[in-house]
Every structure is written in C-alpha cells, then in structure tokens.
Ligand binder design. Structure first.
Ligand code: CDV
Length: 315
C-alpha cells in the first residue's frame, strides 16, 4: 500500500436565504461578509457563495425596460458595493466563489452573462466562469406561475469549462443548471478537477409541468452526487433559497465527497454555513483506480457526444 502525504483543504458552503427585489446591494454584501467571517472562524480557507448572490433571482420577472434589467448587473468587479467583501477576504486570507450578473463590453458590443468568479486569499480574482447551460425561455409566458428568462437576459458563456490551481487543489466552476448535465462534470473531470464549486437558484416549482415537490431536491442531490462520484471530485454547492417576494426556492446546499456521499448539508432555508475538511487524496486515489480515465475510457465510442446535440432515433 502506497504511503501518501495528507492533502487537506478546509472549505465552506455559505447558503443565502432570500434576497428580495427591493433589497440593497450593501445589505446583501454585509450578509456575505458575516458568512465569510463565520466560515473563517470555523477554519475554512475557501467559501462558496450562490449563483446571482448579490440580487434577487430576477429572471423570474418579465421586464421590458433594459435600464431596469441592467440594474441587476455589475459593470466591474470588485466595485464600490462589493469591495468590502474582497477586502475582508484579503484580511482573513480566505478565498471565495461568487456568482453575479455581469455586464461586459466585448469587441464593441454589450454582453451580459450569468457569471461566477474565483477569488484567492489575497482578494484577487484568479478565475471566471460564464454560465453555459442557460435554462428557461426567452419569450413571455403569461400563463406560467413565474418566468425563467435566463435565455432572454443572458448570453451563453464563452469561457468554456475551466479549472484553476487554488490552495494546492485544482478547482473547477459551474453554475446551477450546469450541474444537471454530465458533460459539465466530465469536461472538468478531464482537467483533473479535485473540487467543483457551484452556486444555484432552483425554484421549488417546475414551470414546465407539475411534479411532486420532493423531486426538485431529489434531482438536485442526484446531480451533485453522480457528478462527484463519476469524476472523483469534491462538490461544494451553495443555494440561494427560501421565499423571495413569495417565490419559493429549494435549499439543500451540500458538500459532497468523491465517493458520492453527502458530507454536510444545510438544514435551513436561510443564511447558513456548512464546513468540511476536504481530503483531496480521496479523490486522487479514486482517479488512480476505478475512475482512472486514461485506462478505462473508450473515446472511440463517444463521438456522438460532440457531434450531435439533440437525440435522434435511427432505428
Ligand atoms: N438557475 C437555474 O439554472 N435554475 C435551474 C432551474 C430552472 C431548473 C436549475 O437547474 O436549478
């Protein structure tokens, strides 16, 4: 049996309770800072915050005035409102993942992304991910209980799925709906991801069809656990949850081990921190054995995955 040096990272998931449409950025940033402090007090060096963590989940609203939509977006990061969070991270030496709506200017055009950044313990941005699997629709659905207008308000991410070296670990990022797609996990897994950080806003109700409420949590955890296990990676998943202006979203923020087991999970639908000391060698061991991709994958049989988007029966 080989002897290995332990490699550990104490990490936290910082779940957020509701942010209402009228809530000010400054108040939200104060909540994020309180969560960061708590995670640090418990020994964490990396904290994962939710998707669109600075505002309410605005894609639920049909808004036609672009100026009003753009009030949910950040033009630079950090900015005056978020600078205190970055300063606190640098003071405490804690890194973080933060989701927000990004307004960018690219090649003379304005673009808008559902973005997450990776910030190191010096308060410096070292990585950026722009959401690729945008769910929902772009047209107005007046009959639906609420809208899910990510396809209207955001462009499809153009950074790909990437990993970064952070705190002696290889960290990948994705956002919410990405977790339901095995391709997300495998592309990160193929880059050696040891930790996948993700934030989410998952409405309790499915606008496409009625389904038993328990399925929302089941599919969420199923996706995290399968992604973790099949790619031998830790998963840090942070919800924004509870009732935002009367619209319910699931909690269930979790830290999942490379075995697929849930190592920690939130109990509330409010601001809450969970922490785990991640054993990074556990994933490394699984990637040398049952999930040694180089030995076991058969890419000559996977061509359709990149050649075909939709399913087509040919029999
Ligand atoms: N914010 C999201 O991406 N939400 C989706 C909903 C629409 C299902 C999710 O995957 O949770």
């Amino acid at each position: 049996m080989e002897k290995l040096l332990p490699r550990r990272l104490h990490a936290a998931v910082a779940q957020l309770g509701p942010i209402h449409r009228s809530d000010e950025r400054a108040a939200v940033v104060r909540r994020l800072m309180a969560l960061l402090r708590e995670a640090h007090t418990r020994g964490a060096r990396f904290v994962v915050f939710p998707e669109l963590a600075l505002t309410t989940f605005f894609p639920r609203w049909w808004i036609t005035d672009q100026a009003e939509i753009d009030r949910f977006f950040e033009r630079e990061m950090p900015n005056a409102a978020t600078r205190p969070l970055f300063d606190l991270a640098a003071e405490l030496g804690v890194g973080f993942y933060l989701g927000y709506a990004e307004l960018a200017a690219e090649r003379g055009a304005v673009t808008r992304y559902n973005t997450a950044i990776l910030v190191d313990g010096n308060g410096r941005i070292i990585g950026r991910y722009r959401k690729i699997h945008l769910p929902g629709h772009s047209d107005h659905l007046p009959e639906a209980p609420f809208q899910h207008l990510e396809k209207r308000y955001f462009d499809v991410g153009n950074d790909g799925f990437r990993v970064w070296r952070f705190c002696d670990a290889i960290v990948g990022m994705c956002i919410c709906n990405d977790r339901r797609w095995p391709e997300t996990w495998r592309v990160l897994g193929l880059q050696g991801a040891e930790i996948v950080a993700l934030g989410y806003n998952t409405p309790l109700e499915n606008i496409h069809h009625r389904e038993p409420e328990h399925l929302r949590m089941f599919h969420h955890l199923l996706s995290l656990q399968a992604g973790a296990y099949q790619n031998a990676t830790w998963v840090l998943a942070a919800a924004k949850c509870g009732s935002e202006d009367g619209f319910a979203m699931i909690g269930g923020s979790a830290i999942v081990a490379p075995t697929g087991e849930i190592a920690a999970r939130t109990l509330s639908e409010d601001d809450e921190v969970i922490t785990v000391e991640l054993d990074l060698e556990l994933g490394a061991y699984l990637r040398r054995t049952v999930f040694d991709f180089a030995r076991h994958r058969r890419i000559e049989h996977y061509r359709l995955i990149t050649e075909r988007t939709g399913a087509k029966a040919e029999v």
